[in-house]
Design a protein around this ligand. Structure first.
Ligand SMILES: [Zn+2]
Length: 208
């Protein structure tokens, strides 16, 4: 019943767009995921230009070695690959990363009421930011331990040439594990891990 309400809510939200054709019939409520995908496909022409522009702006803050003109197309191709190869939760973290949507200290520092620690919760030496995570020694050890070394922020975002297409799902799963482990550490600041224990904890967040 809850999932039906979700479909109806998605539909109601989408009817705010002029481009959406006709109301959903009762039979259209069968096969929730298919219906939601269909609704979003019909809306694609209207949201794609804005999505591209948002992506371009958000990605421009990171120092990629990829030419700016290729970044957005490459990012969208990666999301297409991931949509059919990883769980939705992993894809959600990937898109959130592209849009610089992690609740890090760097992003949230103006909200003093949150009282976030400014330090990376993994190495505790550098800033709590996506920019640092791409170079954090603990996170790099986590990737190496999962047979997936990376050397630059391009690979951390799974946007480099070499990681496409075979490594993209693996990189996205590891990225998601970093996101989940960071959330757990931020919400349990008194928990102490040895470096080895931290790697084991991060390993437990990798989707397989
Ligand atoms: Zn760190």
């Amino acid at each position: 019943m809850a999932s039906k309400r979700f479909v109806i809510n998605v539909h109601n939200a989408c009817t705010q767009f002029d481009q959406l054709p006709g109301p959903l019939s009762s039979s259209a409520l069968e096969g929730d995921q298919k219906q939601i995908k269909g609704i979003l496909e019909r809306l694609k022409p209207s949201y794609l230009p804005k999505l591209r522009e948002d992506l371009r702006k958000r990605l421009s803050r990171f120092k990629f070695q990829i030419h700016e003109g290729h970044l957005v197309d490459r990012a969208l191709r990666r999301t297409d690959v991931l949509a059919s190869s990883v769980p939705p939760a992993v894809l959600a973290v990937y898109i959130r990363t592209l849009l610089n949507g992690w609740p890090t200290f760097r992003r949230m520092r103006s909200l003093a009421s949150l009282s976030l620690s400014p330090s990376c919760p993994f190495c505790k030496k550098f800033e709590d930011s996506i920019e640092h995570f791409a170079y954090c020694p603990i996170i790099r050890a986590h990737y190496r331990g999962n047979h997936c070394a990376f050397s630059c922020i391009d690979q951390f975002f799974a946007l480099d040439d070499l990681s496409y297409p075979e490594d993209t799902p693996k990189l996205a799963c590891l990225l998601s594990s970093v996101f989940l482990a960071r959330n757990a550490l931020i919400h349990n600041p008194s928990t102490h891990f040895t470096p080895q224990g931290l790697l084991v904890a991060m390993y437990s967040y990798v989707y397989r």
